[in-house]
Design a protein around this ligand. Structure first.
Ligand code: ZN
Length: 450
């Protein structure tokens, strides 16, 4: 195994919030089928939001996941840093990185979580707590650059706590979002990594399934949200939006959550020339997840005779295909692979076929888009873990990364039903994939560096 030398290693998707940041009451109301009597100790109720993130009940392997939510941010940051260092220096990976960066994404639970139940907003205290903790110099060797949440409802209504509040005018909306960006000292138009230090807020997180439709049918609301987005484009900040089915919803059901999050809506937004959003620097998080990716490959048994399932794809429709169109058609769009299950052979094989079908640099490939820059998918994917969300299935950062490394390097060895993978000489090498996902692509997304 040769050594992989990287200027930077960037994880573009993780979280550092804990239980005090997550609304408990609304989470419980949403999951009304849950029988509270099953919880024997009153303090266990504090763990419910963590558990509900996964829509599952507590199993032993989830202890680490739940424990993350009751731990201090400092503890979690230290653990990620330690595990990341072990990960890179592991003799199986042999990665040397000049700088290590993680970008914990902050979520704005206020509108449908806290405010809806008569509590004051908590976004400020959430950010202050995170930034103050990580800015203490001695904490970690990894550079930590948070992304601040933006809930567009916050800026477009006279009183955002009320469902039927009046929409504000364009000037006031622009002022509101500008003030928010300034109040949190968000670094805008960054193009020099060396000027950045831990605690600098370097991007925006959007999470539609917390209760807002990113392409609402009401023209006026659509235009108001677009003013917020346009302002973010002007500020030239990277934006990560949750973009897979199965989200954490608040105050809405999961069908609505999926509808609000659908990448089809981003295609509509960016294609709308009047809104002028085509230059948005956007990471469509999760790439549609394993289920979206599997739909493209469309695996079936060959006439029932072979033991191995073969891909009948590419099937050019569905959630992941909408994301593929976005990343091929626009210069500044990306998709991270956070929370991807690298032990799922079906999903891994599908992803490898997508990269294969997309073709080499000098070929158009199967996903060719008319009248488009046709960016290669391999140049638009980002490394991300979604820690702590994967800690119910993976022990730590090292375990998650090792599973990714093994899956890309030796996909044949993955357990499970046999899914055909492209031949080794038709696949990208693991070193190429790591360099693209964790260095070259995020350098462009976060810092506009080529
Ligand atoms: Zn996430």
């Amino acid at each position: 195994m040769s050594r992989i030398d990287m200027e930077l290693f960037i994880d573009s998707h993780c979280h550092l919030f804990n239980i005090s940041d997550i609304p408990i009451l609304q989470t419980v109301i949403d999951k009304e089928k849950f029988v509270l009597e099953q919880v024997h100790h009153p303090l266990k109720a504090l763990l419910l939001p963590a558990v509900f993130f996964k829509r599952k009940f507590i199993k032993k392997q989830q202890y680490k996941f739940i424990s993350f939510f009751e731990s201090e941010i400092e503890t979690n940051a230290r653990n990620i840093d330690k595990s990341l260092n072990i990960t890179l220096s592991d003799e199986n990976h042999q990665i040397s990185a000049g700088k290590k960066i993680i970008t914990p994404l902050i979520m704005d639970f206020d509108r449908n979580g806290f405010v809806a139940n008569g509590n004051p907003e908590k976004i400020k205290s959430q950010v202050v707590k995170l930034v103050e903790t990580i800015k203490r110099e001695d904490i970690v060797s990894t550079i930590i650059l948070p992304f601040i949440a933006v809930d567009p409802r916050r800026f477009v209504y006279e009183d955002w706590s009320k469902e039927d509040s009046k929409l504000l005018g364009e000037g006031q909306i622009s002022t509101n979002i500008t003030n928010y960006i300034n109040d949190f000292s968000v670094k805008t138009a960054i193009n020099d990594i060396s000027a950045i230090e831990t605690g600098d807020i370097c991007g925006i997180k959007l999470y539609p399934s917390l209760g807002w439709d990113l392409f609402p049918s009401d023209e006026n609301i659509l235009k108001s949200y677009a003013i917020v987005l346009k302002k973010l484009v002007e500020f030239d900040v990277p934006i990560t939006v949750h973009c897979q089915k199965a989200s954490f919803e608040l105050g809405i059901d999961s069908d609505k959550g999926n509808e609000f999050t659908d990448p089809f809506k981003w295609n509509k937004l960016l294609a709308n020339t009047a809104l002028d959003l085509k230059n948005i620097r956007l990471n469509l998080a999760h790439f549609g997840g394993e289920e979206g990716v599997k739909k493209i490959a469309d695996f079936r048994y060959k006439n029932g005779e072979s033991e191995e399932k073969c891909p009948y794809g590419p099937r050019k429709k569905g959630w992941t295909y909408e994301i593929i169109k976005l990343i091929k058609n626009y210069d500044n769009t990306y998709a991270d692979l956070a929370a991807f299950d690298w032990c799922d052979k079906h999903a891994v094989a599908s992803l490898l076929w997508i990269l294969f079908w997309d073709g080499k640099q000098d070929e158009d490939g199967e996903f060719y888009q008319d009248n488009s820059p046709n960016h290669k998918i391999i140049n638009k994917l980002l490394w991300g873990t979604d820690i702590p969300m994967v800690l119910d299935a993976y022990r730590d950062y090292h375990d998650y990364f090792s599973s990714f490394f093994r899956a890309i390097d030796k996909p044949h060895q993955l357990e499970g039903n046999d899914y055909e993978v492209p031949a080794a000489n038709k696949r990208y090498k693991v070193s190429e994939i790591i360099n693209q996902l964790a260095c070259n692509n995020p350098k462009r997304f976060h810092f506009k560096e080529n």
